[in-house]
Design a binder for this molecule. Structure first.
Ligand SMILES: Cc1cc2nc3c(=O)[nH]c(=O)nc-3n(C[C@H](O)[C@H](O)[C@H](O)COP(=O)(O)O)c2cc1C
Length: 189
């Protein structure tokens, strides 16, 4: 099974990172291949809406998104772990998602979906917000849902934690690490 995971936080050892590491522990024994993309340290230009992918479904920009696109194509499971920034996904997450416009063209204009393997394609979204306002989760969720459906991931589960702000504070949450591990177990089995 191929698992592709995206970290949308700029903080190494931050809350989203800790959740992702915990989730990937669940995959250690079962996964054939786990690819983790730490988006903050990658060279990914924002989508230019140049129309370059309209007729081909292939982005014309040559940067690290090419590697991500290849990984998405081969993924059985996709994980996105992101903080809530300004009531939505982090810029790091959103830039990567916007660049999936090429998949959108492939799917909705060229009418091709990414074929799934025998285990289907599924997703997991993990969100952390420092405030206690649900709207940040709701806005992030709708964007992530559009992302998952665009890359032909028909189902995903979301787990989210609010009121977790300081770096690493998620470790003090009574259930978060278990929740991440359990959600990943459900994802891969
Ligand atoms: C630029 C910025 C914007 C933020 N906006 C929100 C927000 O709208 N809602 C919220 O709940 N938390 C917000 N936060 C707090 C983060 O979600 C919180 O610190 C989170 O724990 C960061 O996760 P990380 O350690 O994985 O980066 C914001 C933080 C930053 C730096």
């Amino acid at each position: 099974m191929n698992i592709v995971a995206f970290l949308g936080s700029p903080r190494v050892e931050g809350n989203s990172d800790i959740l992702l590491r915990e989730a990937l522990k669940a995959a250690e024994d079962t996964a054939d291949d786990v690819l983790v993309f730490r988006l903050n340290s990658m060279n990914i230009m924002p989508c230019q809406n140049c129309g370059g992918c309209d007729k081909t479904g292939v982005c014309v920009i040559n940067d690290d998104m090419q590697e991500i696109s290849r990984a998405i194509r081969e993924a059985d499971r996709v994980i996105l772990s992101s903080p809530v920034f300004f009531f939505g996904l982090s810029a790091q997450s959103k830039i990567m998602i916007d660049r999936c416009q090429s998949f959108w063209c492939e799917k909705y204009l060229l009418k091709k979906t990414i074929p799934s393997g025998p285990k289907g394609r599924k997703g997991l979204l993990m969100l952390v917000g420092g405030m206690k306002k649900e709207v940040g989760i709701q806005c992030s969720e709708v964007t992530a849902k559009a992302f998952f459906r665009t890359i032909s991931v028909p189902d995903h589960e979301t787990i989210s934690f609010l009121g977790v702000d300081a770096k690493g504070e998620i470790r003090n949450h009574p259930t978060a690490l278990y929740d991440a591990f359990d959600a990943a177990k459900r994802l891969i089995t």
